[in-house]
Design a protein around this ligand. Sequence first.
Ligand code: M7G
Length: 328
Amino acid sequence: GGAVRPRSPRRPRAAMADGPAPKRRREEEEAAPGSGAPFPLSSVRLRRILRDSAREKAAFVTGPSGEPTDAVLILERTPFQEEEIEELLRTHTKLQLQMRNDIYSTYRLYPPPELSEIKATVVYPATEKHLQKYLRQEVHLIRETWEDYKNITLPFIQSQSFSIQWVYNILEKKAEADRIIHENPDPHNGFVLVPDFKWNQNQLEDLYLIALVHRRDVKSLRDLTAEHLPLLRNILQEGKEAVTKRFGVPGSQLRIYLHYQPSYYHLHVHFTALGYDAPGSSAERAHLLEDVVDNLLLDAGYYQKRALTFALRADEPLLKKFQEVGRV
Ligand code: M7G
């Protein structure tokens, strides 16, 4: 399809765009992981809106599906920092009245460039699965028993899941090495704590970090047994300490949890600010690490016994597999 024109330049949107134009191919190759060259944003063309989210204030763009130049671009406004507000009031370039009624009035306020930062996340080259991930769709709840996991989910994730090369790059210090907040180098019970790429580290309101375990044999919550308790306790204790030390946020203001299902099948733990309504912190996806530890103490095989609930998008192939056997 042709390019979709933004419906309103001020509203957040989600879109698809063409990948970089072919004449920029050399530049793209130079923009390979680790090269440091910026993504050639000006040669991207808007193709389709994937998601238009007021909450995340995000835009998504990509090239023609199936082509090697596919890209997903996420644009989002970041929260105000307190000290920026005075600066904004002093230096705004224009204030345009929209409406006035009694004691109420609304304006359009135009900030100077240094106060109008937009966080841009690029996935390039993006796979079809990335497009699906960012496409807003109807969702359905699945109640997955252990049998379902073994017979349906596990074979599926083994054939389909996202590459976790980016995780190995962090663990091997080939990427984001300068961003590491804390590391426990033990190959069995150690982990690396880094800022999640959803967080720009400008303000603590949307603090988001991720702990990636060194061992590579744990795919998700489903694999956890009492054997993993020392690892999980290290993440909980050292992770909290490191965040408090670096960012001054106490453990009592952190939401520390795992996703089930995750997008990436290498065990990792999310650390988000308690006051931040982080995407994926909903009841059908987030499992508090402290609860996970308690459950494993009660029963070493807890996560190989109980059913787990999660949501799947309408056109995800895994949903089809559950539908085929009458589980949805
Ligand atoms: P998840 O629960 O597997 O999937 O979490 P989700 O993305 O659907 O939540 C993976 C987490 O890793 C997410 O919070 C991502 O934002 C984060 N993440 C993904 N990638 C590809 C990167 C990356 O390259 N660097 C960093 N620092 N974080 C990432």
